[in-house]
Design a protein around this ligand. Sequence first.
Ligand code: KG4
Ligand code: ZN
Length: 341
Amino acid sequence: MLILGIESTCDETGAAVVADGMRVLSNVIASQVDLHARYRGVVPEIASRAHIENILPVVVEALKSAGIELENLEAVAVAHRPGLIGSLLIGVTAAKTLAWAVGKPLVGVDHVHAHLYSVRLETAASPPMPAVGLVCSGGHTALYRIGDFLDVEMIGSTLDDAVGEAYDKVAGILGLGYPGGPTIDRLAREGNPKAVRFPRSQMSRQSLDFSFSGLKTSVLYHVRGYQGREHEARKLSEAEIRDISASFQAACVDVLVEKIRRATRQTGARSVIIGGGVSANSGLRAAMSKFPLPVFFPKLEYCSDNAAMTAGLADILLAAGRTSPLDLDAIPHSQFSHATN
Ligand code: KG4
Ligand code: ZN
């Protein structure tokens, strides 16, 4: 079963062809990082304009490198939620038009759901269920109880910043480039994680929710000083930047691991699934390698936003008869979050 997936939720334009939900025949991504780097974050209007320019070439390239024609497809899948509304609309419009033109079913996919599914791509490993899922990215940090990939329930989420967002903001404070996650991860490996004791916000004893804004502010105060005794990040030595990166990363990883531990205890989970951009993090991967349950991470190329995970998840949605009408909407929030988020 061949499915074309389309991804345009944030700042990557992606298209992929996936066979039988797991075999990735092509996975094309047009990154907009260069366009947004000078603003140190994604500018929604710039993102949607870039999606318009990229979407058709990316789809054509995905079909071409998979060596298939539109007629060979079983369905067209699109991440239609959650994301930036202007960005989502481009992918949704392209997917609807293609599905209608070739007379194939349209499958709307929740991007967060697809991040959880990404651990199934290009691997024979199948996580024992029920599982606890963590999606940690620039836009999301949330925990899920997964009965199977069609039975997913959110059990905790961040009350403020996403963990990837904290990485990007701390990178800004340290005068590092955007996006900050990969750079901080690299520097952290050479620094001392015990150099600075940053706070680990665990909320109440049983809570599965997260808060990363206090940690970010704590790094800001540590770097710039309190009560006007400000000094700029550029005055930090390279060794200090490495130590702050390592100490910040240790705080993030401690919180994520502790919340996963709580969630597995509370749900009786048999395994752990971790997806999203921050699932590429080497500190998180090292810490979870000691976890008492089997832990499933995506291959590195499927951690950050991509369309292969969209097409892969669509395979099981399609098999369950969950196709979408051609008036499918682009929706800013996830199907698992509260409508007000
Ligand atoms: O999943 P993703 O591509 O987009 C969203 O759905 O948000 O995640 C991007 C986020 C960015 O905040 C980036 O800094 C972070 O993932 N990231 C990392 C690493 N690689 C990417 N954070 C920590 N360590 C990494 N190695
Ligand atoms: Zn994402």
